[in-house]
Design a protein around this ligand. Structure first.
Ligand code: NAX
Length: 328
């Protein structure tokens, strides 16, 4: 049998963690033949709760789960990890200014970037889910000079899945008929879900919808503000769907994307589509042999151009702010 893959999850006692860990351990991340070892990082006050989650993992007797390591010291917990899902972050609380939020998260992601740089496996892949995800990933990347930049991604797969679901509902088709969805830009309200390059049953999605008003006034805001709608309805933020997206992103990054389709991944820009290098922005990506590539040559119309530029400008602002705070 194969040696276990070491998978780190931060914020493991939180609500996304509660959905995520059991699916990783059951084999949904890496398939039914790959054993996994979980490396779970939490802050000290949450370790007790995390022990309870580990008791439940034990009680599942998952055949693929070979070991669970927990702790509050990143340089110990990240030792030798092959995959790292950085979920834990400091949420914005009432009265907190944007700068406070960025510094609080900056402290977390500088430390975790350094720890990964020092102790992770040479093949480590890092996916940031904790918000502000794109900028947190940029901070971690900038503090890990020995890890190739392209190993740092941020999560926009949840937005991607939300866009597929909204489009399928509008057209009355199963989600399996939607291909080539793209989220461009930041995981925030400025993100741009692009129907002009998406396909429904092989046909152009924007043409199939044939209603620019719906795209602008309904589809885009519904996808971009879905997180707030979930909070309003459920009383807490998306957890199971965020865990599902985190698994989906990492699964495809390791095992590849399906032929004839792509996924949305926030990756360090190489300048494609006019997105400045040095920003971690969402792009359409395909993955082969564990390496992603940004899909090239898509047509960007004027409407899309303006939307992408606005979201990328927000990423540049966030980068400027964390640069001024000395975090990168
Ligand atoms: P919770 O507050 O339930 O859990 C977060 C956990 O992280 C807590 O247990 C906390 O103790 C832990 N934590 C805090 N600082 C840590 C540190 N330095 N090291 C290790 N653990 C630490 O939040 P949850 O609902 O699980 O959400 C986690 C993050 O995901 C939040 O930042 C949230 O905003 C973000 N989200 C991102 C999404 C995306 O699509 N990119 C969607 C869902 C979610 O909103």
């Amino acid at each position: 049998t194969q040696a276990p893959v070491k998978v780190a999850v931060t914020g493991a006692a939180g609500q996304i963690g509660y959905s995520l860990l059991f699916r990783i351990a059951s084999g949904e991340l890496l398939g039914p033949d790959t054993p996994v070892q979980l490396h779970l990082l939490e802050i000290t006050p949450a370790l007790k709760a995390l022990e309870g989650v580990v008791m439940e993992l034990d009680d599942c007797a998952f055949p693929l789960l070979s070991k669970v390591v927990i702790g509050d010291d990143a340089t110990k917990v990240f030792d030798g990890v092959n995959l790292a899902m950085l979920v834990g972050a400091r949420p914005r609380t009432a009265g907190m200014e944007r700068g406070d939020l960025l510094s609080a998260n900056g402290a977390i992601f500088t430390a975790q970037g350094k720890a990964l740089n020092d102790v992770a496996a040479d093949d480590v892949k890092i996916l940031v889910t904790g918000n502000p995800a794109n900028t947190n990933a940029l901070i971690a990347m900038s503090n890990a000079p020995d890890i190739p930049a392209e190993r740092f991604n941020a999560l926009t797969r949840l937005d991607h899945n939300r866009a597929i679901s909204q489009l399928a509902a509008r057209l009355g088709v199963p989600v399996t008929e939607i291909k080539k969805m793209t989220i461009w830009g930041n995981h925030s309200a400025t993100q741009y879900p692009d129907l002009f390059n998406a396909e429904v049953n092989g046909a152009n999605a924007a043409e199939a919808v044939n209603d620019q008003g719906w795209i602008e006034n309904d589809f885009i805001p519904t996808v971009a503000k879905r997180g707030a709608a979930i909070i309003a309805a459920r009383g807490s933020s998306s957890a199971a769907s965020a865990a599902n997206a985190t698994i989906g992103h990492m699964h495809d990054w390791v095992l590849g994307t399906p032929e004839g389709d792509w996924v949305s991944m926030s990756v360090p820009s190489d300048g494609s589509y006019g997105v400045p290098e040095g920003l971690i922005s969402s792009f359409p990506c395909v993955v082969k042999d564990g390496k992603y590539e940004i899909v090239q040559g898509l047509e960007i119309n004027d409407f899309s151009r303006a939307k992408i530029d606005a979201s990328v400008a927000e990423l540049a602002d966030e980068k400027q702010a964390v640069t001024e705070l000395g975090l990168i």
